[in-house]
Each structure stands twice: as structure tokens, then as C-alpha cells.
Design a protein around this ligand. Structure first.
Ligand SMILES: [Fe+2]
Ligand SMILES: [Fe+2]
Length: 251
């Protein structure tokens, strides 16, 4: 099994604690994910227990170093979790003859899942890439979150079989998803969102290995990489990229 970034980080945490460099205080979201709803540890008390230690405000020594002006490819290399699902998705889209923009949308459709959050990941992911992609691709990434729950017989898309196992046969999407579906179904870009769901479903293939190299040119032509680096371009989402660079920064 592949070790995720979070598992690697957890394993390193103990090592780092022994070395007394830094005290890591997990964010509220991380603690909820661990099922720990209690109060966060008091930083002051922890600092007293470990004289010489400091709260982590700079680079996280448990994680690979990032370049000063990180690119999208750097995030795939140094921060994102296993990305084979995204690579396969984009590979399928390319083989199906989709436009470069749609191939890139497929490559990035679950960027929030591999980058930082699962719940509502289509909305988060679309927001994260919004300044750097064309509007239709962003719309399609957002829409895949919703459209995946609704069949479209006209293109042969059925409700995913594995959702029956994962969520139960009686699962119904939340009302905000239903409402978005009604809006998206009649949108001029509906089919772009639908194409992501179609390449999404058929892309879990344990025998297909795809390299990111296959898409570096497409990224170069279609992703408006900021020269200052993602996280440092003063865009409305720069802080989201910085949160991925330093996920355990104290403040
Ligand atoms: Fe997704
Ligand atoms: Fe997906």
C-alpha cells in the first residue's frame, strides 16, 4: 500500500518530537478528521514541557522542501497524495480525443482530494485553480462534484455502482447538491462537467501506469502558472496553496 503524505507526516511526528525541534499542533480540521473533538492542546503548556522547542512557523521538516516559486508540477511531486487516479483520468480523456483544456480539467478534477480535503472537493478544487484555468474548465471541475450523483442515459452515464457500497442504497445527495444539479443540468457547459464524470468512473485501472510527464506540455500551455509561484502571487487563493505547502503552520 502506498504511504500517504499524512501517514508519513504522522510517522515523522514522533521522530521530530524526540529531536525537540518543534511542537506540532494540528489544525482543528485535522483533529476533527481524527475524531478528536476536544479542545486543542494548549501551546503554552506544551512549550513548558519541552524547553527549547518552538511552535512551527516555517517549513515543516517532515515534508519535502518546496522550491521558492512552486509550480503545479512541484505540488504533484512534493505535496499531493497518490495521483494515479488523476493521471489515469487525464490519460483516458486524451485517448478519447478530448481538447487539451478538458484533459487538464480531468487531470485536476480531484486536486482538492489529493491536496487537502475530500468533502465538497469539487467546489474546493475549482476554487483552488480558478485564477489559473479557463472559466469552462473551472466550471466543469466544480460540476463533477454534483453530476457524478446523477445518471445521464443519453451518454451512457449510470449512477456509480461503487456508491451503492460506499454510501448505501438509500443515500440521497444533500439538498444543495440537488439544487446545483438543476442549475448545472441546464447550463451551456453541462457536457464539459459530464465529460469529467465519464472519464472519472472508468479510470480505476490497477494495471495502467501513467506518468505526469505525459501532461507537462498540456499544463504549460493551459495552466497560467504565476511567475512568483503558487502561494505567492497575491491571488485570492494564494493562501490555499500556502496551506498545502505548510499544512501544520501554527498561525
Ligand atoms: Fe471527484
Ligand atoms: Fe475522480
Amino acid at each position: 500500500m502506498t504511504v500517504t503524505l499524512s501517514q508519513r507526516a504522522d510517522a515523522m511526528e514522533e521522530k521530530m518530537a524526540r529531536e525537540l525541534d518543534h511542537i506540532v499542533i494540528k489544525s482543528r480540521l485535522h483533529m476533527y478528521a481524527d475524531g478528536n473533538m476536544g479542545p486543542s492542546p494548549a501551546a503554552g503548556a506544551l512549550l513548558k514541557q519541552r524547553p527549547g522547542a518552538q511552535l512551527m512557523m516555517g517549513d515543516d521538516p517532515r515534508l519535502p522542501a518546496m522550491p521558492e516559486a512552486p509550480t503545479l508540477v512541484d505540488f504533484f511531486k512534493y505535496r499531493f497524495g497518490p495521483s494515479m487516479h488523476l493521471l489515469q483520468s487525464a490519460h483516458h480523456a486524451k485517448k478519447a480525443g478530448l481538447s487539451e483544456k478538458m484533459v487538464l480539467a480531468c487531470l485536476l478534477h480531484d486536486i482538492a482530494v489529493v491536496g487537502f480535503i475530500r468533502g465538497d472537493h469539487g467546489y474546493w478544487g475549482a476554487q483552488l485553480v480558478e485564477p489559473y484555468l479557463d472559466e469552462e474548465s473551472v466550471w466543469a471541475i466544480r460540476a463533477h462534484q454534483v453530476l457524478r450523483f446523477y445518471p445521464d442515459p443519453s451518454v451512457g452515464y449510470e449512477y456509480p455502482q461503487n456508491y451503492l457500497d460506499w454510501f448505501g442504497a438509500d443515500y440521497r445527495p444533500d439538498p444543495y447538491i440537488e439544487e446545483d444539479y438543476k442549475r448545472m443540468r441546464n447550463h451551456k457547459w453541462y457536457m464539459s462537467g459530464r465529460l469529467i464524470t465519464m472519464n472519472d468512473i472508468y479510470s480505476f485501472d490497477p494495471n495502467l501506469h501513467v506518468e505526469l510527464d505525459e501532461f507537462v506540455d498540456i499544463i504549460g500551455r493551459n495552466f497560467k502558472q504565476p511567475s512568483q509561484g503558487l502561494g505567492y502571487d497575491n491571488s485570492p487563493v494564494a493562501h490555499m496553496w500556502r496551506a498545502i505547502i505548510r499544512p501544520a503552520k501554527y498561525l
